[in-house]
Design a protein around this ligand. Structure first.
Ligand SMILES: [Fe+2]
Ligand SMILES: [Fe+2]
Length: 313
């Protein structure tokens, strides 16, 4: 198939690894999937410390389950990316550890305090749900298929984040104030989660023409705002004055996109933000710490008939 034929045939779940797809499609799909997979992994590393730091056994167990879910999402998406034949999972993981792999802006910032955790688990996962629900309609079938499982689990992550937010906002005045401060710090980043405005998004046109994406960054951002502005207010959070939010008077909202710091966003997206290096090095150290496990499993798969048979199954 050439690019024009691919565009004509693009519909939800239209293409599988058996299809003869143009290089341009396979590269664009790999870029999207690799970015998504890297983001799942890097998000998990931000939340992992709260398996210890969360204040109750119930919360610790929830963070443990969520961290495992996110790592699992990453692995599923690396497999869906690998099936495009451009890069292997190992190459993508190595690129991430070397600082060459790109990932979501929100996961470049440190998250030190428990009061910040709903910013990721409620707002960022809520934003992720907006985007991921549309990716069930992606033309790359392995991507859309992975989204069936991932969206189911993300729904529980949002409930977990919402439960922490509700508890903290019903807590002491000090807790409420700390959550408000965390919200003011994270809110602009969360609005940038969806990426640059449509006119600055370099990859949007092709990805949307071949059905990899089915909604634009601005559509998703607005859809998130329409739902989460009210939720934030219901829990007693005050929406910051900056960036300005336009109230369209019909239950819909839009952010004044010029009020967001796009210079910082593009610095972050090139892994050049001051916090990026720390997050990437954390991942690199973790990868190196368990290299012996991978090496041992690889040697079992290639030298021992028993595990080889199991691995093939
Ligand atoms: Fe996830
Ligand atoms: Fe999640």
């Amino acid at each position: 198939m050439n690019v024009e034929e691919t565009k004509e045939r693009a519909e939800p779940r239209a293409f599988t690894p058996k299809d003869d797809l143009p290089e341009e499609y396979r590269k664009a799909a790999t870029r999207m999937l690799e970015f998504h997979a890297n983001s799942e992994i890097m998000g998990a590393y931000l939340e992992r410390p709260f398996i210890r730091k969360a204040p109750s056994l119930e919360r610790k167990m929830a963070f443990s389950a969520k961290t495992q879910d996110e790592i699992g999402h990453g692995q599923m998406l690396y497999r869906a990316a690998e099936s495009l034949g451009i890069k292997t999972r190992e190459e993508m993981l190595d690129d991430l550890a070397e600082g060459k792999g790109k990932f979501l802006n929100c996961f470049h910032y440190p998250m030190d305090s428990y009061v910040e955790t709903p910013m990721i688990a409620f707002f960022v996962d809520g934003a992720a749900m907006r985007r991921q629900a549309t990716l069930k309609q992606s033309s790359w079938e392995p991507y859309a298929h992975a989204m069936d499982k991932i969206c189911f689990e993300e729904g529980m992550h949002v409930k977990h984040g919402e439960s922490i937010l509700r508890e903290l906002m019903n807590g002491s005045r000090k807790e409420q104030q700390l959550v408000q401060e965390a919200f003011e710090e994270w809110w602009p980043r969360i609005l940038q989660f969806f990426g640059p405005t449509d006119d600055q998004s370099t990859h949007h046109d092709f990805a949307s023409a071949v059905g990899l994406k089915t909604a634009s960054n601005d559509e998703l951002r607005n859809s998130f705002l329409n739902r989460y502005m009210e939720k934030a207010k219901d829990y007693g959070l005050e929406i910051p004055d900056e960036p300005r939010i336009r109230d369209n008077g019909d239950g819909t909202y839009e952010v004044v996109e010029d009020d967001l710091d796009w210079d910082e966003f593009f610095t972050v997206s090139k892994n050049e933000y001051e916090g990026s290096i720390e997050q990437i090095n954390g991942r690199k150290e973790a990868q190196e710490a368990v290299a012996w496990v991978r090496n041992m499993m690889d040697s079992q798969v290639t030298t021992n008939d028993g595990p080889k048979q199991q691995a093939a199954d």
